[in-house]
Every structure is written in C-alpha cells, then in structure tokens.
Design a protein around this ligand. Structure first.
Ligand code: ADP
Length: 604
C-alpha cells in the first residue's frame, strides 16, 4: 500500500509517497519559498532544482503535483494523509476528510491562524489532483487530548476560557506518539507499563510526559509558543512582560506576536536559531551563544524534573528531532545531574552515537541507569502514513455489516499450573478435556476442585485447561462475600498482591498464597476486529446491550487483542444476573461523533 503524505506549510510544501510494507520512500518532493516569484521545486531522485512558473500554493502545486503523479504508480496509491496542526476539541483521532470535516477544520482557524488555513488549502488542492483516493487529516494536537483537566486548563476567568476554547492543546503529537512507541518496541515493553519523558528538540521544541501510553502533560500550550526555549520562540515568559512591553514600546498585538514567535528564543538571545552555529560560537568563547545554550538546557532540565514529579518517576527519557538526534553535547548537558531520578548517561555511547540510518533507536544510558536514556529518530511522515492507512482500512470495514459482540457468561473457574494439578490430583496427572471453549485452544476440564475460604467453601468448581504458568482463581463478587475474601478486580494474568485460598482435590490440598481475582469484564478480539472497531489492546470502552425489557450500557470494559482470540465479551454471573442477560445475548460498542469514531477511553 502506498500513501502520499502532504505537509503544507506557509512557506513550503513537503510531500512523500511511502510504501507502507517496507517504509521505503518512493518519491520525496519539496516546494520551497512558495511566495517567491518562482518557488523552488525538488525531487529526491534528482538533484536539479526546478523553478515553478508562478508564485503561491495553487500555482506552485499545479506545476509540482502532475510531475509527482508521473513518478508514482497510481494503482498502488491508496490514500493521502495530510498533516493538520490544530484539531481543537473536535479531533482526538485522525479523520477521514469529508466536507463536514473540512468545515470543522475551518471552524478551528482562529485557534491556529498560521497553520490550519494553509493545511486545509493543501487538502483542497491535493483533492483536485488525487480525486479517486481517500484523504485523511492527522492532527498534531490529537495525541494530547488525554491530558487531564488539571494540566490542560489555564487559571484564567472561566467565561473567557469557555468563550475562546482556551486550553493546553499541545503540539508535535505525531512525533511524541511515534518515538514513544518506537522506544517501547526497542525496550520490549508494553507502552502501557512505561512512564516516558519525550523531548522533541528541533527548531520548534517541546517535551511530553507519556504515562500508560497516553500524553498526560506537554510543554506547548494553546499555541506552540509556550514551554522550552526554541529557535525563534521565547517559550515560557511572565505574561506581565507582554502588557509591560505593549505599554512601554507602544507595540501592537501583531508586533508582540512576531517578536515572541520569530525574534525570540535562541535567535533573540544570540542572533541565531541554528544550534550547530551556536555550539561552534560557544566553543569559541561567544558569551551570548553560551547563555542561549545554558538557557535551553536549564529550561528543559526543569521540565524533565517536573514531568518526573507528575508521573512519580520516569522509565525512559527520549531525545528526538534535529538537536535531540544529533547533538551529543546538548544531550550530555541536559541529563547531567539527573542521577536523583536514576538517569545516568554513558558518555562514551553518547559521543559515539551517529545516525547513519542503521538503527532508529539507540540506548545511551549507563548500565546502572534505571531510567533508560534513548535517542530515537523521529519519522512524522511515516507515522502520518500509518495513521492514514489505519483510518482508510477501518472506514472500509465500517461500511461492512455491523459486527455485534457475542456475550459469554463466565462461571467461577480455576486455572492451574501442572505442579498444582499434580498436588491436587496426583503425581503425573494430566487434565482431561470435557468440552472446548469458544476461545481457540481453551477447554473446560472434567476435573473440579473445592474452594475453601475463611467463611465458607464452594464445591465442584471447574478447572479450565490447558495448564498455565500461574495459578488463578476467578470468582464473582457474590462468591467473594460467600467465601469471606476480598479479591481485586483484575485483568486475567495480573494476580500480584491478590489474596490466596485453599483448593482441595482428590489427591491433596493446595494452599494458594495469591491468585484469587474477580475478572475485569473484557472483550476478546482478533486484530481484525480491533481494526474494525478502531480500538487497541487495553483500551477501555463502553458496550451497549439491548435485551427484551431494557437496554443497558456496561462501562469500563477492557479490550484484549490477540490473533488467538475470537470476538466475545466476558462478564461474570453476577453481572449477567443483574443485567438479566440470557445465553445468546449480544452487545455493540457505542459509536459517536467526529469522523464516526468510537467512544473510547484510554487507560490512564
Ligand atoms: P524543525 O523540523 O523544527 O525545523 P529540525 O528537527 O530539523 O527542526 O531541527 C533543527 C535544529 O537541529 C536546528 O537548530 C539545527 O541546528 C539542529 N541540528 C541539526 N544537526 C545538528 C547537530 N549535528 N548538532 C547540533 N544541532 C543540530
């Protein structure tokens, strides 16, 4: 599948055709200096710089897109992904671009006057040249929609906040999301188990706290101006300085805006926004360049400490983008003194690190560093292409017949290790199958045991096979009260710290130290189903069930995805009784709003 990614900015347009099966770039195109009389057009397969015959986006792209089309295989091109900077409160996911979505992007012009109008212009021009494939908008802000209100809100009068949709939207979301996932893959960890501080350090720079795989804080705010010291942006300043300067210098809002966005940051301090240049000058004794670097480092170190405090620690710090990927000396300065959060750099690995396109993730932490320090090559275009493909696939699936979710009622049951089977049934004993269960490979056994709690016992509790690496007893809330124990609601397999119980079998007694849980209601699904519903493993969703008498919604339903699973929701007997559900009941995920997306909360 080939996807064209278009990043339409005010002074340049970048476009890449990516083969998603290999990640390879088929064509890379850029049009620079778009308002010049003859904008400059370049293709990656050719060093030649071509002059577009006329100025402006429409005219330059009218020249460039037909040439791009000649270089690609139109049969393989399945969609166009557009970078759109601001999704406001409307878009927390990428969206298939319909007329309605175009209007919604327009409605956000006032929040991002420098970006959204140009991004949408790019969409409209591209639609003319690629009318036969779906177009998808991928928003820089979307990843940050999970930031909780205490971090999202500004302490300003509520009437103004509501009237003008003022809140922390955050930016660079595509990059933060991408590098965090790359880091989790590299560490062989589930992203939901990590606390990550991602530092995107380019001309624009931001830092993001990612907990359980979702953004919980980020340094850019309602606009990209807040936060770190950047190439030409000031980052955090006392807002009082603005009103002071407007009065003292008689400045208009436009002058202040230009000063803060274009003339401040490292350019303001030392006259250049190029970190390479500043590092050279600093080494030659230029005091202002030294100050600019010190301020950049200090501000970022302050944020890293703050975000570790927000998440109660950090398992990984990521450096990415131009400065993060390339400047060993900056990385070294930033992590200096982070020993208190167990982040210790290996200076040798750091210095030796060069991105030559071999690895996309490099570990520069010392062997005794508990917090990993990683350098990750960002690839926003690839991420946009992947998200675009996902939206296209799931929108096709959504046009198919609706997929209902069969509901199965799990009676209390026991999973055992082979060792425990032998204690309860005798040495060398093997479980025997009574009947297969709906999840492939699983079966109900002929064997049963008695559960003995402090208060009562329950006889004839069935064992489910095959044997597992850990013992686990799954009971309902009512069983808990009957047995006299307090079992936590947990995902299967997560028995740490749960209470124990005595099991009695024909050959012996087994004292479990832990392993008794009340199963968290969940849906098993195959990756195809997950794609269809637009959810992923560990998402939390709501399920609507219509039975004869009344409809009801189950909240807090955990999604579990595996290619071994068959679509089915599992609830326990208490829940089934309370909801008056019979065999054969079915549920559906709750569908809502923007772009036909599903209502889904992420684990946080
Ligand atoms: P953006 O995409 O925001 O324009 P980039 O991610 O391309 O920015 O990063 C640009 C920044 O990276 C510039 O400040 C540039 O000087 C810096 N940079 C690139 N290579 C190096 C390097 N080898 N050492 C230090 N800084 C570098």
């Amino acid at each position: 599948m080939h996807i064209l990614v278009v990043n339409c900015g005010s002074s340049s347009v970048k476009a890449e055709v990516i083969d998603l099966s290999t990640g390879k770039r088929i064509v890379v195109m850029s049009v620079d200096r778009i308002s010049d009389a003859q904008p400059k057009l370049k293709f990656s397969d050719n060093q030649e710089v071509l002059a577009c015959p006329a100025s402006g986006h429409e005219q330059a792209l009218a020249f460039a897109f037909p040439m791009l089309i000649e270089k690609l295989d139109k049969n393989l091109l399945k969609g166009v992904g557009h970078r759109v900077v601001h999704g406001g409160k409307i878009f927390d996911e990428p969206a298939l671009i319909t007329e309605e979505v175009e209007k919604q992007i327009e409605s956000l012009y006032s929040l991002a006057p420098l970006h959204n109008p140009i991004n949408l212009l790019g969409v409209r021009i591209a639609k003319k040249y690629f009318p036969d494939v779906p177009h998808v908008a991928v928003f820089d802000t979307a990843f940050h929609s999970t930031i909780p209100p205490k971090a999202k809100n500004y302490a300003l009068p509520q009437n103004l906040i509501e009237k003008h949709y003022i809140e922390r939207y955050g930016f660079h979301g595509t990059s933060h999301r991408y590098v965090a996932q790359q880091a989790a893959n590299y560490l062989g960890a589930d992203i939901h188990d990590l606390r990550i501080i991602s530092c995107h350090l380019g001309n624009g720079a931001s830092v993001c706290a990612i907990e359980h795989g979702v953004s919980v804080e980020t340094s850019m705010g309602m606009t990209p101006l807040e936060g770190l010291v950047m190439g030409t942006r000031s980052g955090d300043i006392d807002a009082g300085i603005i009103t002071y300067l407007m009065e003292q210098e008689n400045m208009t809002w436009q002058q202040v805006s230009d000063m803060l966005n274009k003339e401040s940051g490292m350019k303001g301090i030392a006259g250049s926004n190029d970190m390479r240049d500043l590092e050279e000058r600093a080494a030659d004794g230029d005091v202002q360049a030294q100050l600019a670097i010190d301020m950049f480092v200090h501000r970022l170190r302050k944020y890293i400490g703050a975000y570790a405090a927000v998440m109660g620690g950090a398992d990984a710090i990521i450096f990415t983008a131009g400065i993060g990927e390339n400047s060993a000396s900056l990385r070294s300065k930033i992590v200096y003194k982070l020993n208190y959060m167990r982040a210790i750099i290996d200076e040798n690995k750091n210095k030796m690190l060069k991105f030559i396109g071999v690895e996309d993730v490099e570990d520069i932490s010392a062997s005794n560093s508990l917090c990993k320090i990683l350098v990750v090559k960002t690839d926003e275009q690839l991420s946009i292409a992947e998200q675009t493909a996902k939206v296209i696939k799931s929108s096709k699936l959504k046009n198919q017949a609706p997929r209902n979710i069969p509901i199965a009622v799990s009676a209390r049951h026991v999973h055992l290790t082979q060792e425990s089977v032998e204690i309860l049934f005798g040495k060398g004993y093997q479980l025997t199958e009574q009947k297969p269960l709906s999840q492939p490979g699983q079966f109900a056994c002929n064997e049963m045991v008695t559960l003995v709690g402090p208060k009562n016992k329950i006889e004839k509790v069935r064992i489910l096979g095959p044997t597992r690496p850990k013992d686990q007893v799954e009971i309902s809330r009512t069983d808990e009260f009957f047995l006299g124990i307090d079992a936590p609601i947990r995902e299967s397999g997560h028995t740490e710290g749960s209470p124990g119980l005595t099991l009695i079998g024909p050959a012996g007694k087994l004292e479990l130290k832990e392993g008794v849980i009340c199963a968290w209601r969940h849906i098993h699904m195959h990756p195809d189903d997950a794609e269809y519903f637009g959810v992923k493993d560990k998402d939390i969703v709501e399920v609507r069930v219509e039975n004869q008498e009344r409809g009801l919604t189950f909240g807090n339903v955990l999604i579990r995805v595996s290619d071994k699973f068959k679509l089915e929701m599992h609830i326990d007997t208490d829940e089934a009784n309370a909801a008056e559900l019979n065999q054969g009941a079915e549920g559906s995920l709750v569908l809502t709003g923007a772009g036909g997306m599903l209502t889904k909360k992420k684990v946080s």
